[in-house]
Ligand binder design. Structure first.
Ligand SMILES: *Cc1c(COP(=O)(O)O)cnc(C)c1O
Length: 345
């Protein structure tokens, strides 16, 4: 039952509150000083994720932005470059950190309709060893990208191409487990491992759909993680009794992965509910993000304020974004759909 005081917050999957069970896990977590590598809960999370995803080592990070940056800096030296999508978080949404703090040059490429970078574009942008060019060092992909799942055979081909040219491969897997659930809802851990097999490092967010309050984990070889650890220290990411946070992430890893399928089903419900409204064009969601294009004009500008006045939050203007998560249910989605319909009626 939706009352006016209930807010249906579809702005992002970052808005979730820790569940009662997650808070209990945080309260019960044994703690130490992680800068001395003494925090058993941090160590347990790092060990569990590395093992689940098939990597040698892992490092708990305060944010996904810091995790990606430490990874880029672990792969690339000053004056080297990474190939990345024009709309990738690691290019567009991280304040230019790789350039500012790492002296690493991005080589952004356009996305294809499915979110991937074309192999021909990647290959054409790998620079020859010539003093005129930054040295191309790394291919960075993102999965999911704008809610879309990169196909497994694409990952294999992009990875093989990178290796053929001596590039290392980083995945911004902020929503890795959303991709994994979309690939294989019955065994998402195995699907995640298959995705990760194509990369030298992967960053996973726990504060998105997995529902933890804070934290990301970077996974990679022992050598990559050792270099990233040094950068994390310099970036101010050395945390002390961080186990209280790692325990939340660990709880999410064990209990909130399969349930991402519920978020995907709610995104479908939302998209279907919004079908057929004149002036709206709904993109079929693959995971937990629904994009809706709104015909430009006066009506568009009033939509989000109207939704907000009825307790529904989303982002965008002519391209609206609705994200489903742990703290939204079918009644909330139905209320959002009804409110949009009411506005356009
Ligand atoms: C959220 C997100 C990140 C990291 O964001 P933080 O807010 O720094 O944790 C990185 N990549 C993608 C694709 C994201 O969605």
């Amino acid at each position: 039952m939706i009352t006016m005081s209930t807010v249906v917050d579809l702005r992002s999957d970052t808005v979730t509150q820790p569940t009662v069970a997650m808070r209990a896990a945080m309260m019960a977590a044994p703690l130490g000083d992680d800068v001395f590598a003494d925090d058993p809960s941090v160590n347990a999370l790092q060990h569990a994720l590395a093992e689940r995803l098939g990597f040698e080592a892992a490092l708990f990070m305060p944010t996904g932005t810091q995790s990606n940056l430490a990874a880029l800096m672990a792969h690339c030296q000053r004056g080297e470059e990474y190939i990345v999508g024009q709309f990738a978080h690691t290019y567009r949404w991280e304040g230019g950190g790789a350039a500012v703090l790492g002296s690493i040059q991005p080589q952004p490429l356009p996305h294809q309709a499915d979110g991937s970078l074309s192999l021909a574009d990647i290959e054409a942008n790998i620079k020859p060893d010539d003093a005129h060019f930054a040295r191309t060092r790394l291919l960075t992909l993102e999965n999911t990208i704008g809610g879309k799942v990169l196909p497994m055979d694409y990952l294999a081909a992009a990875s093989a191409l990178a290796q053929k040219h001596g590039l290392t491969r980083h995945l911004d897997g902020a929503r890795l487990f959303n991709a994994a659930v979309a690939v294989d809802a019955a065994d998402p851990y195995a699907a995640a491992r298959r995705i990760c097999s194509h990369f030298d490092s992967v960053s996973v967010c726990f504060s998105k759909g997995l529902g933890a309050p804070v934290g990301s984990v970077l996974c990679g070889s022992a050598a990559v993680i050792q270099r990233a650890h040094r950068w994390r220290k310099m970036l101010g990411g050395g945390m002390r009794q961080a186990g209280v946070l790692a325990a939340a992430a660990h709880h999410a890893l064990d209990h909130h992965v399969h349930r991402l399928a519920d978020d995907h089903a709610l995104a479908q419900r939302l998209a279907q509910g919004l079908q057929g409204i004149a002036g709206l064009s709904v993109e079929a969601p693959q995971t937990n993000i629904v994009f809706v294009d709104v015909a430009q004009g006066e009506r568009a500008a009033g939509l989000l304020p109207y939704l907000k006045s009825r307790g529904v939050l989303a982002t965008g203007l002519y391209r609206l974004r609705f994200v489903t998560h742990l703290d939204v249910d079918a009644a909330g989605v139905d209320h959002a759909v009804a409110t949009v319909r009411e506005y356009f009626a």
